[in-house]
Design a binder for this molecule. Sequence first.
Ligand SMILES: *Cc1c(COP(=O)(O)O)cnc(C)c1O
Length: 448
Amino acid sequence: MSDALPLLARSQAAVWHPCTQMKQHETLPLVAIERGEGPWLIDADGRRLLDGISSWWVNLFGHCNPRINLALRRQMETLEHVMLAGFTHEPVVELSERLAALTGHRLGHAFYASDGASATEIALKMSMHSWRNRGRPQKNRFLCLAGSYHGETVGALAVTDVPIFRDAYAPLIRTAMTVPCPDARQAAEGETAVDVARRAANALEACLAKHHAEIAAFIVEPLVQGAAGMIMYDPEYLRLARALCDRYEVHLIADEIAVGCGRTGSFFAWEQVAGPATQSGGGWPDFICLSKGISGGYLPLSLVLSSQEIYDCFYADSSARAFLHSHSYTGNPLACAAALAALDIFVEDKVIDGNRARAALLGQLTQAQFGAHPRVEHLRQRGMILAFDVRDASPGLANRFFSAALDHGVLLRPIGSTVYFMPPYVVTPEELNHLVRGAAAALDRALA
Ligand SMILES: *Cc1c(COP(=O)(O)O)cnc(C)c1O
């Protein structure tokens, strides 16, 4: 019976969509996607949309990628899932080894979950529990940056400083302390992003000096604060933060859920802070969280990489000292197989190198299109993330822009007055041109 209704009406009735005021779909129609093909999404009417934000930042190598499909088909014929407590399997071992190698074996222990918010919570729990196991249970608070986003479960909201996501749940949350964000847009006349970074690091030092005895960890989104509106800052801040965390005995958690997997121009954003992971020397975080792109955008998978020092805090005869956290689908073999196929593509296609040319072209095209636009400011880029702000944006700009962009064959979804591009790593020069031209047409219509 319900099949007689159009798909959009059925979706509105039966599916509660994320990050959505459902009533808005009275006027803004849902888009029903039938299939994916490389960076393109194709809707029920055959309309082609270039996926300019990688489907919420997860897709790396296009939709229905033949190599990832093949790896999944093979894995599916062998083992779809087995519990990871007491059992193990080749894909989870190989993935853990390869990720450890990518950190130069500094973060050699991988703990798995299914979504980003859970990875955040795992890192927070591990940090606090490791201090407790070391006889310092009073270190049980957390520190985050203003504007931080680390997920939306109740624990992750404690370190998420985005009022629209957090305020309604404030009574449930033990809110973390926040320190100023080193947002490069704060640079005054004659100042550089490095000056802003140093100023923010001074504020961090003041906070740590006062509260370090109760702080377990400082959590950051390295280089780009995504959900806050693609806020970018200089790596110098993270170098200083690492040194301060060492000095005040506070763990540093790098949430690379959005910025990892090549997004910022290196596999880990942190490589731009401490140099390639093959070099010797310190300067790395105590934890790295990964999700989003790690499975190539195919399956829910997240993980926390942690150091030997952290791991050793839990290694004992007592169960109470162990990290007992678990999820039913921890280390799912299909998700791990997709991740391994994605890592293969990074190597075989020299993706990080190829993205340099893609990012440069995206920068040139947007500079030419928007560089002198009277309503555009703070055009900024870090690797495969490019953003700008619309000056004097009126309410509803993001929705108007989104709708107009769809009419021009591109999927772009501004955050407030910030328009950003985060395309999959398979876009061609022609496709980038289509993306930027579509954005320009959408901006004109959204401002009209
Ligand atoms: C998306 C995101 C998360 C949360 O991941 P989910 O899978 O949506 O729970 C956490 N941190 C950052 C930086 C993110 O961008």
